[in-house]
Design a binder for this molecule. Structure first.
Ligand code: SF4
Length: 734
């Protein structure tokens, strides 16, 4: 294991132990809240589409909108400054503070000022900077970085905050409950606000037509920051501009629901600064006039305008920083932003932000935490394809990292795995990305390959040189592959059947889970369908998950070449592995020409979805095995959930009289190669434990374990030490 992997593994373990419990509890609470809150909306998907269209239009017309906004802000009596980068923005703000003889600056929460490191710059000038958001203030006292873009102190327990206040302020009475802590903080912050000279806020949205800013907060501190000070500086990224005040409506409906699960955020302030209320002198107990107010809007480029020109990173600019993608992510739920985050931003979309504003080297530090499960896409109120952004950046990292892992192992792996990606891609990625080659070798030399792979020596070598965690059992390759079994059969069964399907023999089914392939054939044939099995097995999922886009594209094109003629002949495509089915439906759009993708997406079905369709269209269910009340604990695959096809498996098992309990854990934590990687083993197990706990209860401990995805089967078997099967193996007739 390389030093970098060791260091990362240790850091992750430390965060899991010290922050994991608080992060998990809070993010899962937010995520559950989102499900409940959006369920109340009459047309959630319509609202998301509307929000997306507004952002697409705003980013497209950004230069024009910035001109309109400048005019509006100046007409209101403020100034707009467009800052090229962090240094430019900071210099402007420090000048404003200096001109105002500012000794204390109070701030409401602003990720953009975190990005700029504005506090440090002002403090270097001797200015007293006070965060007024409770979470930010706690972190300022603790000298820690945010771990979440909306709830920055999410990793801190109530007890640790009480200890911090105790140590910093030595209060007269001990502080224990959340109410006591909040009251204490509010009183302290109230004193600081009364004595402040300049107020700095962020802006969730700024409208070009009127210069109106929308600020959403949980504590109302943004409006206090503006009202209590004579000079208001709002700092935001240029992407925050939307055309009109009317355009705010869908975002205000969505932002709170998406992030913290609140129907509406506690405080929504629409300000058109300089605000029209009189200035306040708390010490003299006097009021000034609104004319005494000063307003500066600082819009920051810092890489954003280049992102606008970048076809793949551009979508990042649609982000409204709601945090739904963080809360929905199983890995983030375990480790939070101190692992799954960069200099400023955290969670799935952080890769886009950090790559755009800091550079791919910063994104590289945490990009691999995204396993491409795509749950965040449905959660995102503006429908950003976050996994694709992560994949593209991973590909760029690979290409920029051509000197990585030089040496004998690289030479060996490269020799074994000729692919379309540049020489020098990390050995671990290259090996996982070329699982097809490994599987072919494994099957050709089984059972010897399986015996060798299971020895302590092989595990130690794999861990040392490739970073495969030795605690993981490696796949057991079958000597006779699924395709060989098909070829050895006596011709095509049911050659005169009315319906023929093409069963895609993914790599795992072909080389490892051969029994589920046979069961799929038996099931389809029992329902009167002739089955063909093409000679293409590699979908491209393996290289895509490693960011090897060129290789994935090659594989996808080979699949299209093999399958599209069948579609044109009127055959349906049936896919056993859910992550490959999702690939056909979603990512092939990025890898194939439009007609090929459309042909495969429109005519491919997940196996149990197809079986359900056959039964619904009159196929005889009695041809399948009778469950006879067999007790089953079932876990569906995250990609099935994203595509909404998991319900078909449950329905077919019900129909055949299996007694099914389904886990509500959304992720097994394995995610293809992710759980094998030594640096991520602990996260993978932590995620998996949420699932396996549900299969260890009194009600489930003696049930047969069933799962749809290869990774899920491996993880369940590893952690539960109970055999696991694909549902088709229960349903197939003998
Ligand atoms: S990418 Fe989408 S879900 Fe994530 S923070 Fe941005 S808007 Fe929210």
């Amino acid at each position: 294991m390389s030093d970098a992997r060791t260091t990362k593994a240790e850091h992750i373990r430390h965060i899991l132990e010290t922050e994991g419990a608080a992060i998990e509890q809070n993010t899962q609470g937010f995520n559950d809240g989102r499900y409940e809150s959006v369920a109340d909306l009459e047309d959630y998907e319509g609202l998301k589409r509307e929000a997306r269209e507004i952002k697409e239009d705003a980013i497209e017309r950004l230069p024009e909108l910035l001109d309109d906004l400048r005019e509006a802000v100046e007409a209101n009596g403020g100034t707009l400054y467009l800052a090229d980068d962090a240094a430019d923005a900071n210099e402007y703000v420090r000048q404003v503070v200096d001109d105002a003889d500012g000794e204390r600056v109070v701030k409401s929460k602003s990720m953009t000022t975190e990005e700029l490191e504005l506090n440090t710059v002002l403090e270097t000038d001797g200015v007293d900077v006070v965060e007024t958001d409770l979470g930010e203030w706690v972190l300022q006292l603790a000298d820690e970085a945010p771990s979440h873009i909306v709830a920055p102190a999410i990793h801190k327990s109530r007890e640790s905050i009480a200890a911090l206040f105790e140590a910093r302020f030595d209060p007269d009475q001990s502080l224990e409950s959340a109410e006591e802590l909040t009251r204490f903080a509010r009183e302290r912050l109230g004193e600081q606000l009364a004595d402040a000279d300049v107020g700095v806020t962020g802006a969730n949205f700024v409208t070009a037509d009127s210069g109106t800013m929308a600020l959403v907060t949980s504590e109302g501190n943004a409006r206090k920051t503006v009202a209590a000070t004579d000079v208001h500086v709002a700092v935001a990224g240029v992407e925050k501009v939307v055309p009109t005040v009317e355009d705010l409506a869908p975002f205000l409906e969505l932002i709170g629901r998406s992030g913290t699960g609140q129907d509406i955020t506690s405080y929504v302030s629409l300000l058109t600064p300089p605000v029209g209320s009189p200035t306040l002198d708390f010490a003299a107990d006097e009021r000034g006039t609104p004319d005494d107010r000063e307003f500066h809007l600082v819009l920051v480029d810092n890489g954003r305008l280049a992102m606008r020109q970048d076809d793949d990173l551009r979508e990042t600019l649609y982000c409204i920083r709601c945090s739904a993608c963080s809360n929905a992510c199983a890995n983030f739920q375990q480790v939070g932003g101190h692992v799954f985050g960069g200099e400023t931003y955290s969670g799935g979309i952080a890769t886009g932000w950090e790559a755009g504003v800091e550079g791919t080297d910063v994104a590289a530090e945490f990009n691999d935490l995204c396993t491409g499960c795509s749950r965040c896409v449905n959660a995102c109120p503006v429908g950003i394809d976050i996994p694709w952004i992560n994949t593209v950046v991973r590909d760029r990292i690979n290409r920029g990292d051509v000197d990585a892992d030089e040496g004998a192992v690289e030479w060996l792996v490269e020799g074994l795995t000729p692919d379309a990606d540049p020489s020098g891609v990390d050995v671990q990625k290259r090996l996982f990305g070329n699982f097809g080659t490994v599987a072919r070798l494994g099957s050709a030399t089984a059972p010897l390959s399986n015996w060798v792979a299971d020895t302590d020596v092989a595990r130690a070598l794999a861990e040392r040189f490739v970073g495969i965690d030795r605690r993981r059992d490696l796949p057991q390759f079958q000597r006779e592959t699924f395709r060989e079994w098909v070829s050895a059969r006596d011709g095509l069964a049911l050659a005169d059947a009315e319906r023929t399907v093409v069963l895609f023999p993914d790599l795992y089914t072909n080389h490892v889970q051969v029994e589920r392939g046979k069961a799929a054939v038996r099931t389809l044939e029992a329902l009167g369908v002739a089955v063909q099995v093409p000679d293409v097995t590699a979908s491209g999922r393996a290289p895509l998950s490693q960011g090897m886009i060129a290789t994935a594209r090659e594989r996808a094109e080979a699949v299209a070449e093999a399958l599209v003629p069948h579609v044109e002949a009127g055959y349906d495509i049936v896919v056993i592995e859910p992550s490959d089915h999702a690939l056909f439906q979603r990512e092939y759009e990025k890898l194939l020409d439009e007609p090929s993708h459309e042909a495969l997406a429109a005519n491919s079905y997940e196996l149990l979805e197809y079986v359900y369709g056959l039964l619904a269209n009159g196929a005889d269910a009695d041809e399948l095995a009778d469950g006879d009340g067999e007790r089953v604990a079932y876990h569906s695959h995250c990609q099935q959930r994203t595509l909404g096809v998991e319900r078909y498996t449950e329905a077919v098992l019900d129909e055949r009289d299996f007694d099914v309990v389904t886990s509500d854990a959304e992720c097994c934590g394995m995610a293809g190669s992710f759980g094998y990687k030594q640096e991520y083993y602990d996260v993978s197990v932590a995620v998996g434990e949420d699932l396996t706990a549900q299969f260890r209860t009194e009600e489930t401990a003696d049930r047969a374990v069933v799962a749809s995805g290869t990774s899920c089967l491996d993880q369940l078997e590893d952690l539960l030490e109970r055999p696991s099967r694909h549902p088709i193996e229960l349903l197939a007739p003998e």
